[in-house]
Structure formats: structure tokens, C-alpha cells
Design a protein around this ligand. Structure first.
Ligand code: GRF
Length: 218
């Protein structure tokens, strides 16, 4: 299984994926292309350091022309014949036109426990709302905002001391574990999708504690 990673930022999730690939954890899923829509995206350097083809496709060059932008993305992807597109901090919504080329083959990582707090700048929003538990979600991408079927989630407590940056760091440590796991499951053909239901075949891990409470009980 060959996959591409789309990024807009520093690329720490990309780095987690590339390290997982090098360690053999991705079960044969091979990262073949990195595409960033921002010139400043550190992800381009991360991709290049690992010898993965890394390309800059400037969204700003297309202004109000999302279709033009997506056609360019597809052109860049075409020679790689990827089976999966991973959105790792990609700050753009993809249209039905793009998604129809990869049915149930585009996944995204989001820094909250969806369906709570979809969209952007969610760290400050969650602190302001004073939710006690948040986390990260890997989900299939549909035409909505962070609304596709959920593959895996991990929970993180929001400590009193956290500001948005500290919360983002705490969630990232979970993101870096979830995203490679989801790619591995897809590579192994262990994910079955039926409408909104995503079923993991051949469950291997164990659940030590079935609840996660914060603040902790006395
Ligand atoms: C992550 O928190 C991801 O969940 C969000 O954007 C951030 C990207 O971080 N969508 P990085 O570029 O992978 O370091």
C-alpha cells in the first residue's frame, strides 16, 4: 500500500509516520509523497530528510479556485498511484470531486474527541469550555468538517495548568501514536467500514482499564 501525506505545518505527525515506516511498524504501507500547501511548512523538510518526494503546491496561487488546486494535487499524486492519502495537519477542506478519486481512502488526524470540537483552533476552545477530557481522533474524511467515520480515538486530560500550547503538546503525543496505528490497520486490511461504523477486525491489544476519569476520584 502506497500513501501520500498532505501537511500545512511543522510535520510532527509526518515525522511519526516516517519513523514508524522505518521501524517496520506500518506493515508494508510505504510513504511515497509529501505535499505541503504552505511554503513554510516544516513538513517539506521532514519529508526530504527521509528521502521522500516532497512537493509544495501553493493554495494561495489558486485563490477562490478550489477545483484548480485539487486538480493540481491530483496531477502531482498521479505518478505515485497512491492507495491512501493521509491528512496530517492539512488546513484545507477537500471537495467531493477530490474525495471521489479516493473513496474511503483519505484519513485525517484531529486534536479533539470528535464529534466534539471540530474545525480549527480547538485547543483554546476546549480550555475555554472547560472540558475535562479531550484527545485525538483519526477518521475517514468526508465532505463535512471533521465529520467522517471514526477509526481510533485517544483521551487526554486537560490539566488546570494547561494553556493552548501545553494542551496541543499533550494531545500531539497521542496523535503520534494513533496515526501510525491507523495506517498500519489499513495496510493490513483490518478496517471494515459500514456507513458510520468502522470495525477493527482481529483485535489484538488489551484494555486494562475501561474508564478514564479526570479529575481523578478521591
Ligand atoms: C495536529 O495537532 C493535527 O491534529 C492538527 O494540526 C496539527 C498538525 O501538527 N490537524 P503537525 O504539523 O503534524 O506537527
Amino acid at each position: 500500500m502506497k500513501f501520500a501525506v498532505f501537511c500545512s505545518g511543522r510535520g510532527s505527525n509526518l515525522l511519526a509516520l516516517l519513523k514508524a515506516y522505518e521501524s517496520g511498524f506500518l506493515s508494508g504501507a510505504e510513504p511515497v509523497a509529501v505535499i505541503a500547501d504552505s511554503h513554510y511548512a516544516g513538513a517539506l523538510n521532514v519529508g526530504r530528510e527521509f528521502g521522500v518526494y516532497s512537493s509544495f503546491v501553493p493554495r494561495t496561487a489558486y485563490h477562490d479556485n478550489r477545483e484548480g488546486f485539487e486538480k493540481r494535487l491530483l496531477e502531482v499524486l498521479a505518478p505515485f498511484e497512491v492507495d491512501l492519502v493521509v491528512l496530517a495537519g492539512f488546513q484545507r477542506l477537500l471537495s467531493g470531486y477530490f474525495l471521489s478519486k479516493f473513496p474511503l481512502r483519505v484519513i485525517n488526524i484531529h486534536p479533539a474527541l470528535l464529534p466534539s470540537f471540530p474545525g480549527s483552533h480547538v485547543w483554546a476552545k476546549q480550555i475555554d469550555y472547560s472540558v475535562k477530557l479531550t484527545g485525538a481522533t483519526v477518521h475517514f474524511v468526508d465532505e463535512g468538517v471533521d465529520s467522517g467515520p471514526i477509526i481510533i480515538q485517544g483521551a487526554v486530560p486537560i490539566l488546570e495548568s494547561y494553556d493552548a500550547e501545553a494542551l496541543s503538546e499533550a494531545i500531539l503525543t497521542v496523535e503520534h501514536r494513533l496515526l501510525p496505528q491507523a495506517v498500519r490497520w489499513l495496510a493490513q486490511g483490518r478496517i471494515e467500514v459500514n456507513g458510520r461504523k468502522v470495525i477493527l477486525k482481529d483485535l489484538r491489544g488489551s484494555l486494562k482499564d475501561k474508564s478514564f476519569i479526570y479529575p481523578p476520584l478521591d
